[in-house]
Design a protein around this ligand. Sequence first.
Ligand code: SAM
Length: 210
Amino acid sequence: MRAEREWMVEHQLRRRGIEDERVLEAMARVPREAFLPLEERDRAYDDGAVPIGAGQTMSQPYMVALICEQLALRGLERVLDVGTGSGYQAAVLAELAAEVHTIERIPELAERARETLAALGYGARVHVHAGDGTRGLAEHAPYAAIAVAAAAPEPPPALYDQLELRGRLVVPVGDLREQRLEVVVRSPEGPAVLRSVPCRFVPLIGRDAF
Ligand code: SAM
């Protein structure tokens, strides 16, 4: 699957404008197929989301790359990943930062992701938690970066509160039909919001979401 992974990096990511070489290298390293159920593995490098069970999906490669690029990671950061799903994005984040906490509301997905991440050698740097990620994970805050892989009507306030100063929160915002990826930067004056591309994610379900 290495050739397919390299094709994905060139055609789905670099040619569409992903420029951060660290992100491109990370996605060239992480074996996407290992995070999928056996019957979906031949779709691992499709240009779209892939079912992972429990009615959920692994995000499109381009969206994973865009979220990672917008987080502007340099390697030393502690990161929170909301919506673990398969664990694939958490593994890519672990290639880009020092420590990743990832939280998933469906316990069976959290357990499967924990096993996959451990089998691939990410167990020491990625900590999988089961629970409602709209509340963040206060016990490990603050975070230099927070990635959300499900759409919310507004950026959940608890996530902004758990950012470091100048930290970045990347979250799909909108209703169930139309969403945009938002980049929210914590500043002394309050949240600075940059609007990014239109996107389509499954809903974030929880206290400050749907
Ligand atoms: N990043 C994932 C991957 O690489 O496979 C993609 C995840 S999928 C698009 C979104 C995930 O968010 C689903 O697994 C869903 O159960 C989870 N989710 C939805 N609401 C959540 C919440 N409040 N807290 C944590 N996870 C949540």
